[in-house]
Ligand binder design. Structure first.
Ligand code: NAD
Length: 470
């Protein structure tokens, strides 16, 4: 049993003042594997105070000093890669190949941000004025459980690059992973108070962070429901907010698509991160004329996906993160059945031979746009097939959502796909691929998928305020 009874404040690991605890589980077995002692209001005030004090000097640091810190953070993560991977498999139960990719990406964010910082125009001389981009102050970062390392590093790197200091509240159910990551940050020898981490719940630690007058920016990744609350609270003291929220991403398969490739891609996009991915393509929008071929390919495809054995490089789907998430997925599958959708493959309960919080990867057909499973973010491996007769109808279905984070198109005709991409309301549209390989592009959502952008120089701008000197 692992006990996490430390938070990281002002460059030191200290015991939290808070007395509440939270149990930690191995999602693959459902067994309790640890306990985290949660911080409270007093701990949060302490962390904000440390970050505020550190800002006085860190905001005056040079680009070279900040570049060196970013490089040291990269090195520290890479030096602890194996430990980070092991902990993520144990506590989050993500299959090893995906886990390795995410840990490596978390480290890479520091190098990418260093490069972005070095090319960024922090000062601009105009004819009659100088524009100076100044760091905003203390950043409050609130992150979810579905990719602990990447979300924390994604919010930390631009803070370092811009000369801001940070208080991080990770998901309370990711404490084992957070502890290893905090040790990496400590090893990177970052000036005291620049990075502070408080384990705790949203309603207690998160609320203080969103209300405290000494916080200048709140950067949040999580559900649209909590994001809405944070936006409202932050407005009281005019904090800047970056909200990376939910999604219900459409994946349009055009009539001319190579179906073997398109369905294989659709399943990897839909079941990405065991379905616990904000960008997952969960609405597969297919031509009615090719439905029967598509159904056959989906059944074959799902049967060939390896579930379980998290340490096998072939494994693609792990369990849900918690019992709560397992129950939520069961409720959504039941609601699909109750509202008249038909299960093509999968269904209620555990996959054969697996316990813990594993669910069956499930694909529904005969799905109507107004069904709950077609409208709400399920955040598990449950996909909907929706048919169209014309391309205009496909675009209409794709845009018929409150979300706009990601979208996908499969087609042999790239020019046509690009024309359709321009008509989709989404932060990104990927054609014939599951991955955007352009590290210099922004990430974020339209509509209720969020406010603001992360990544590259777009992420730096969220933590800076332009000042005019004339
Ligand atoms: P969540 O919204 O329940 O929690 C996210 C974080 O917010 C946690 O740290 C939680 O403790 C905290 N929180 C909860 N209530 C709070 C409050 N009142 N004030 C301040 N903080 C509070 O989300 P989750 O279940 O951890 O993660 C899943 C959600 O995250 C999904 O909706 C998913 O789409 C979204 N997500 C979005 C992106 C993106 O980049 N757009 C990426 C990953 C996950």
């Amino acid at each position: 049993m692992k006990i996490i009874n430390q938070i990281y404040v002002d460059g030191a690991f200290i015991e939290p003042h808070g007395k509440e605890t939270q149990d930690l589980y191995n999602p693959a077995t459902g067994e309790k594997i640890g306990i985290v002692h949660l911080g409270d209001e007093v701990d949060t005030y302490l962390a904000i105070e440390a970050a505020k004090k550190a800002f006085l000097t860190f905001s005056k640091s040079t680009l070279q000093e900040r570049g060196e810190i970013l490089k040291r953070l990269y090195d520290a993560i890479m030096a602890n890669e194996d430990k980070l991977n092991e902990t993520a498999v144990e506590e989050y139960a993500s299959p090893i190949s995906a886990t390795k990719g995410r840990t490596h990406y978390a480290a890479q964010i520091f190098l990418d941000t260093k490069l972005a910082m070095e090319g960024f125009e922090f000062e601009k001389q105009l004819e009659h004025a100088t524009i100076v981009n100044e760091p905003l102050g203390v950043v409050a970062a609130i992150t979810p459980w579905n990719a602990n390392y990447t979300h924390i590093c994604g919010k930390l790197a631009p803070a370092i690059a811009t000369g801001c200091t940070i208080v991080i509240k990770p998901s309370e159910i990711s404490a084992l992973q957070t502890q290893i990551l905090a040790q990496c940050f400590h090893q990177a020898n970052v000036p005291k108070g620049v990075i502070n981490i408080v384990n705790g719940t949203g309603p207690i630690v998160g609320t203080v962070m969103t209300e405290h007058p000494d916080i200048a920016v709140v950067t949040f990744t999580g559900s649209t429901q909590v994001g809405r609350l944070i936006g409202q609270k932050a407005a009281e003291t005019m904090k800047r907010v970056t909200l990376e929220l939910g999604g219900k991403s459409p994946n349009i398969i055009l009539e001319d698509a190579n179906l073997q490739q398109a369905i294989s891609l659709a399943l990897s996009i839909g079941f990405s991160n065991s379905g616990q991915a904000c960008h997952a393509g969960t609405r597969i929008i297919v031509p009615e004329s090719r439905l029967e071929e598509i159904k056959t390919l989906i059944i074959e495809g799902v049967k060939s996906i390896m579930i379980g054995d998290l340490w096998s490089a072939e494994s693609y789907i792990g369990p849900m993160v918690s019992k709560k998430q397992y129950d939520t997925i069961q409720r959504y599958i039941k609601s699909g059945l109750d509202q008249g959708a038909e299960i093509l493959i999968g269904g209620l309960g555990h996959p054969e031979g697996l316990g813990g919080f594993y669910v069956k990867p499930t694909v529904f057909v005969n799905v109507k746009q107004d069904m709950i499973i077609a409208k709400e973010e399920i955040f598990g491996p449950v996909l909907c097939i929706i048919t169209y007769k014309t391309e205009d109808e496909a675009i209409k279905i794709a845009n018929d959502t409150i979300y706009g984070l990601s979208a996908y198109i499969s087609s042999e005709n790239i020019e046509k796909a690009k024309k359709i991409a321009r008509q989709i309301i989404s932060g990104r549209v990927l054609i014939n691929t599951a991955v955007n390989r352009e590290s210099k592009s922004p990430f974020g959502g339209f509509k209720q998928s969020g406010i603001g952008r992360t990544s590259w120089t777009y992420g730096l701008e969220e933590y800076l305020e332009p000042k005019v000197i004339a």
